[in-house]
Design a protein around this ligand. Sequence first.
Ligand code: SF4
Length: 387
Amino acid sequence: MPSFETGVRLLKNILIKKRSYSAFFADKTDALHKAFPAKATVHAGPFGIPMLWNSARNFLEKKSFEPRQTEGIAYVHIPFCESRCLFCMFYQNPYSPEAADAYTKTLIKEFELWNQRAAQNSAPIKALYFGGGTPTALEPHNIKKILDAVRKNLPLAEDCEITFEGRLHGLTDEKLSACVEGGVNRLSIGVQTFNTEIRKEMQRLDSPEYIIRRLEEISKIDNLAVVIDLLFGFPGQKGKVWTEDLKIASELPIDGVDCYQLNVFEKSPLNTRIKSGLCQPAATLSEAADMYAESVAHFSSHPNWHRLTNTHWARTPLERNLYNRLAKGPSDCLPFGCGAGGKLFGYSWMQERNLAKWSEMVEKGLKLCHDETSGTLAPHAHTGKQR
Ligand code: SF4
C-alpha cells in the first residue's frame, strides 16, 4: 500500500501544480479498484485562502458573539493514551493521572470561556463527541467532573447524542458508571481486529476472548449504544482473517460497526517496521478495496444489520450515528481541548496541539493557536474523519 502522504503528494501535484481537475473525476472502468489516482483526505480548500494568526484570532473572537445559524454539534478532545498503537498518528501524550487531573481543570475553564457568548449558547447542541486519544483512559472522578461541566456550560438538546470514544483496555465498571450517570448514551470502541497475532503486532493490549466477553457485558447496559471500529488492510489480514473479523463483529450483540481502511502514515512506527522488513507489507489499495467490498457484502446479506453510511452499519435503532452524520454536513461544531478541530460560520480550525501551550491559551481566555506561526481559520470544505 502506498503511504498516505504519497497519495496526498500525487493529488497535490495534479490539482495544484498541473492545475488539472481530472483527479475529481472517477475512472468508471474499474471503479472499485482504480476510480481515482490516489487516496487522500480532503481538508479545507486547496484553493481557499486561510486567515492567519492574529487576524484569525481576532475574527474568531468577534464571531463568538454571533448566534450559530445551523444545527450544532460539539467535539471534546482528550489527548492521552495509555500506550501507542503501531499504526496510529493520533497519539499525542502518554496518560498519567496527574496530567489528566490538570487537563480536566483546564478543560472545564475552556467550557466556561464562551458560555455567555452566542456562538456557544444560542442553539441546542444535538450531538457531542469525546474523541482522542483515549477518553476512556480518564479516571471516573475526571469523567464525572467533565460531564458535569459540559451540562452546565453547553446547551445540550434533550435527546443529545453523547459519545465517549475509547478502548476496552482499562475500561472498568466504575468508568462506565461515571459515563452513563453523566449522560453518555453512546460508546465507540476501537477494536480494529479480533485476530490475536495482528493485535499483538500492532501493540493492542487485550486478547480477542477478553474483548468479545467485555463487549457482550457492556452491550447489556440499558440505553447505551455500543459501536465498534474495525480496520481493514493490516499486514496479514486479507482473506480469512478479515472474513473472521466481519463474522465475529456481526454476531455480537452490539449496536453498530464502522469499517475503516488502514492508512499507513510515513512517520508511523508501522511504516518503519514494514520498511525494515520486520513485518509484512499492509494490503495494497486494490486488496483493501476488495476487503471493503467484502464488508459491504457481509453486512448487506445479514438480516439483522442495515447500512447507515458508506462504512457504517447499525443493528439496533439505538445507533443513530448522529455526530458523524452532522459533522459531514454544514453544521457548526464547537471544539474544546488540546488539538480539537471545529468549525463555525463556514470556517474551520484546529486548536493548539501542544499541551502546555494550549493550557496557556485557555488561561489567557483565548481559543485557537498559541504563537505567530500557527493558528489559521480556513474556509471550510466538508471532510470525513480518518481513523
Ligand atoms: S489507536 Fe487509539 S489508543 Fe491507539 S494510539 Fe491511537 S488514539 Fe491511542
